[in-house]
Design a binder for this molecule. Structure first.
Ligand SMILES: Cc1ncc(COP(=O)(O)O)c(C=O)c1O
Length: 370
């Protein structure tokens, strides 16, 4: 840990130092419970994405409510999860390069590890490393189901790569990665549905080709907070990768339909540090305390205040009424525009309930980008 926590267990909320990443534990627990309840009885498993929270404590809360493991995007993130006691990790991403692959197969000695591929040469390298390490690596073929990011095209190209995995010693073909990332933040439910219907059709076409080639597909993994109910109901997805639902953020709150039923449980607590002129206030949280890639933060409970811009250490707020009393020292609760990259800026979650700090959770995968 490089920084001291901004509070101690028992500290009253008014005394938490700022900027601090604060979790409203009641809202957080309701989000966890809501997700578990929404999937109860469905033939799908939850494998939430740990790229959101980067914290084994949160992963264990998810596992306790039925999750079968977590997803990670990076090998170093997966290492932090396994070190934190998580036994099953899907790298929902391509892992390329000798050094990373060596770490990946090393991790597969300690835990159930699966990885995604979309390239034949990468398959060869993974097989070689797995054999050298004496492990069998589970491999999912990533299919491009509309996100146009990683992934081979559905149908025959995906089936051909799956056959290559299946015939590579050291690897076991485990299924398909089919994440439609572009659909997650589409505002209107009908347009989100269209995007997921197309993804499901692409998965079905690929499953048909796999069957024709005699390959068994155990897992079809995908989905995020914006669409998970659609993948859950599709009849083809077996694992859901939603991540943001635990905390939510200002941008996801603008998505209509069920995702908005999850509550904002994550805040950046900030302090007004300047009110030198009537029409603007400045808080101590700027670009190093908040990610603004998905829009500016929203000031919780204060529609009269607009966070208009961020520089490195400053956040500038416009006041709709310049007569508003807002002195240096006033504290504001900011809802980040995008939770994942905001969390990655902090070492600690400061978890509060009933006006006091109840727990401090280390964000052990913070900065784990390797
Ligand atoms: C591969 C993959 N799966 C799942 C997710 C989780 O999405 P969300 O945080 O929107 O629930 C992401 C997020 O970008 C992702 O890249």
């Amino acid at each position: 840990m490089t920084t001291r926590p901004p509070a101690d267990v028992g500290t009253p909320v008014e005394e938490i130092d700022t900027p601090a990443l604060v979790v409203d534990l009641d809202a957080y627990e309701r989000n966890l419970d809501r997700m578990a309840a929404s999937l109860a009885g469905l033939p799908v498993r939850l494998r939430p994405h740990a790229k959101t929270h980067k914290c084994p404590v949160v992963a264990h809360h998810q596992l306790a409510r039925g999750a079968v493991g977590v997803c990670c995007q990076k090998v170093s993130e997966a290492e932090a999860m396994v070190q934190g006691g998580v036994r099953s990790v899907l790298l929902s991403n391509e892992i390329v390069g000798r050094r990373k692959i060596a770490r990946l197969v090393g991790l597969a000695r300690e835990a159930d590890v699966a990885v995604c591929v979309d390239d034949a040469e990468n398959v060869r390298e993974l097989g070689e490393a797995a054999r050298a390490a004496g492990v069998e690596l589970r491999v999912l073929v990533e299919v491009n189901v509309g996100a146009n990011r990683c992934g081979v095209e559905p149908g025959e190209p995906a089936a051909a790569l799956a056959a290559r995995v299946a015939t590579t010693p050291g690897l076991r073909f485990a299924g398909l990665q089919a994440y439609q990332g572009r659909a997650q933040h589409i505002r209107e439910p009908a347009r989100r549905r269209e995007a997921i219907e197309a993804a499901v059709a692409a998965v079905r076409a690929t499953l048909d080709r796999l069957r024709a080639g005699g390959l068994r597909c155990e897992v079809v993994s995908g989905a995020g907070t914006g669409t998970y109910e659609m993948e859950a109901a599709s009849g083809v997805y077996t694992e859901l990768q939603a991540g943001s639902y635990v905390f939510m953020d200002a941008d996801y709150k603008r998505v209509e339909g069920p995702p908005a039923a999850f509550e904002n449980a994550l805040f950046v607590l900030a302090t007004v540090m300047s009110r030198a002129v009537a029409e603007r206030a400045v808080v101590d949280a700027g670009l190093k305390a908040l990610a603004v890639d998905s829009g500016m933060p929203v000031v919780a409970g204060r529609p009269d205040l607009e966070f208009t811009r961020a520089s490195d250490e400053h956040g500038v707020l416009a006041l709709s009424d310049p007569g508003t009393e807002l002195r240096p020292g006033a504290r504001l609760w900011l809802v980040p525009g995008h939770c994942d990259p905001t969390i990655n800026l902090y070492d600690w979650y400061v978890c509060v309930r009933n006006g006091r700090v109840e727990a401090l959770w280390p964000i052990t995968a913070r900065g784990a980008v390797l």
